[in-house]
Design a protein around this ligand. Structure first.
Ligand SMILES: *[C@@H]1O[C@H](CO)[C@@H](O)[C@H](O)[C@H]1NC(C)=O
Ligand SMILES: *[C@@H]1O[C@H](CO)[C@@H](O)[C@H](O)[C@H]1NC(C)=O
Ligand SMILES: *[C@@H]1O[C@H](CO)[C@@H](O)[C@H](O)[C@H]1NC(C)=O
Ligand SMILES: CC(=O)N[C@H]1CO[C@H](CO)[C@@H](O)[C@@H]1O
Length: 438
């Protein structure tokens, strides 16, 4: 411990102190008034201090733009943690929402600001948009509109229905804000990107090829890349999209009858000659707790996770910070060994462990279900739902909370010994192989 001491007897030294303090103040003021990108840029080049060491381990950061798609009813809760954890080393992050606002130092753009009145007026999809503009106050918007339902489909949140109008505009706006970058990675506010993995991947991809990488899904038989898992568009693919003038504007009036923004983006890219390149499981829609671990993905690199709560993001941020080699890509096996295994207990009440491989008949209690698992040498875990017993024999995972239903409680159990034995029997992974790498 040391203390700053100013001797009152010496006037000249306190004057000198004042001058030094003023100069420091001016420097801090200058720094705070710099644009965000400039701060980050200087941060890597200083490459000192604790936080900077994490980001200093990475190279290639300057090649990728991240867009985060969010809404005013969720942004204040999710965004600050995402920026502080997953995206802490990302120099170019642009957040697009359904209302312009500032959260902390971060400027949030309204992705819908160019949609013409003809599309918005009399369109119930925009009821929540109008209410947000009336309320203005971010805290009130969250508390009043968080559970606001789509007037046409009461089972859906209004914020979710409005969300589909953003995707195409985000592609155009991101380019306008930060043109001609190598990669544009479009994610949601509950997506977690593992930086080391993303950077290792893009170093093995060619941005001058028209690439659209994501997790393949289908709606009405047509392929698309699932938005929440993350959609990676190359420079060339984005350039192609932009070369068709005003794509987003053309689609504004057609969005009402379409289900989803990520699906429409894929249809547009298909029309422009670009198909989804399925990059699952590296681009992944599960949380760390719901990932099924098995030999098929054990050595695969992992770039994204989805449905990440702020608590999950903190946990993943700490995991990344603890890693010995912070620039190495993260493999599924590392997530299991260093993040998940220690959190798995022997058994847990009101829990769905997603055991679903084998149903065992004639079981009347959770204890008997656990016993059935013990007798099956392939069984990693079991689930008793009050109605029946199922075993997990093909993979293992932690799962998620499950409230009692009709007085029935879900009870999960795991055989940690077997899981650990299985994990230690796997051959060590020999480096990461990424989807479509050159
Ligand atoms: C797009 O706009 C630019 C500039 O206004 C024009 O030169 C170009 O021909 C347009 N392209 C298409 C496909 O309409
Ligand atoms: C860390 O990982 C990177 C990327 O896989 C590798 O090139 C480097 O050699 C590793 N460093 C150490 C100290 O193991
Ligand atoms: C777990 O598996 C081991 C090895 O097959 C077995 O000996 C043990 O009884 C099992 N434990 C439980 C709690 O089922
Ligand atoms: C999500 C999931 O796969 N849950 C499964 C857990 O196990 C019960 C047991 O019967 C299945 O019904 C669920 O589908």
């Amino acid at each position: 411990m040391f203390r700053l001491q100013i001797r009152p007897s010496s006037r000249s030294s306190s004057l000198r102190f004042l001058v030094v303090a003023l100069v420091l103040l001016a420097i801090v003021h200058l720094y705070l008034s710099l644009p965000v990108e400039a701060k980050y840029r200087s941060k890597w080049s200083w490459n000192s201090g604790n936080d900077d060491d994490v980001c200093g381990a990475f190279s290639g950061l300057e090649r990728v733009v991240i867009t985060v798609k969010t809404g005013a009813t969720e942004a204040p809760e999710k965004l600050p943690t995402q920026l502080r954890t997953s995206l802490r080393c990302a120099p170019y992050v642009y957040v697009f929402s359904d209302m312009e606002q500032k959260i902390g130092e971060t400027q949030i753009y309204d992705a819908l600001d160019t949609i013409p009145a003809e599309v918005k007026d009399g369109n119930s999809d925009f009821d929540i948009y109008r209410k947000q503009q009336e309320l203005q106050d971010p805290a009130k918007i969250v508390s009043i509109l968080r559970d606001f339902k789509d007037p046409r489909r009461p089972e859906d949140l209004a914020a979710w229905t409005l969300d589909k109008y953003k995707n195409l505009h985000i592609v155009e706006k991101a380019w306008a804000l930060q043109p001609d970058m190598d990669w544009y990675f479009h994610i949601d506010a509950d997506t977690y990107v593992i930086w080391s993995s993303l950077l290792a991947w893009i170093q093995r991809l060619d941005p001058s090829k028209e690439s659209f990488l994501g997790s393949l899904s289908f709606i009405v038989g047509k392929p698309f890349a699932h938005g929440g898992s993350g959609m990676l568009l190359s420079n060339a693919a984005t350039r192609n999209f932009l070369s068709h003038n005003g794509t987003a504007a053309q689609w504004d009036s057609k969005m009402h009858e379409n289900c989803c923004g990520d699906w429409v983006l894929a249809q547009v890219l298909h029309e422009y000659g670009i198909e989804v390149m399925n990059s699952w499981p590296t681009i992944n829609g599960e949380t760390p707790d719901t990932i099924p671990f098995a030999s098929d993905h054990w050595c695969q690199p992992l770039v994204t996770m989805h449905h990440i709560t702020p608590a999950d993001a903190e946990r993943l941020g700490n995991f990344e910070q603890r890693r010995q080699n912070k620039s190495a890509p993260v493999l599924y096996s590392e997530i299991f060994k260093d993040l998940i295994f220690d959190t798995i207990p022997d058994s847990l009440e009101d829990w769905d462990n997603k055991s679903e491989d084998e149903a065992v008949s004639g079981i009347g209690s959770a204890e008997d279900c656990t016993e059935a698992c013990a007798h099956n040498p392939d069984c990693f875990q079991s689930l008793y739902t009050g109605d029946g017993c199922t075993l997990g024999t093909k993979n293992f995972r932690f799962g998620e909370k499950h409230k009692p239903e009709d007085g029935k409680r879900w009870q999960s159990s795991w055989n940690r010994t077997r899981i650990a034995a299985w994990a230690s029997k796997q051959k060590p992974c020999a480096g990461a192989t990424f989807p479509f790498q050159d």
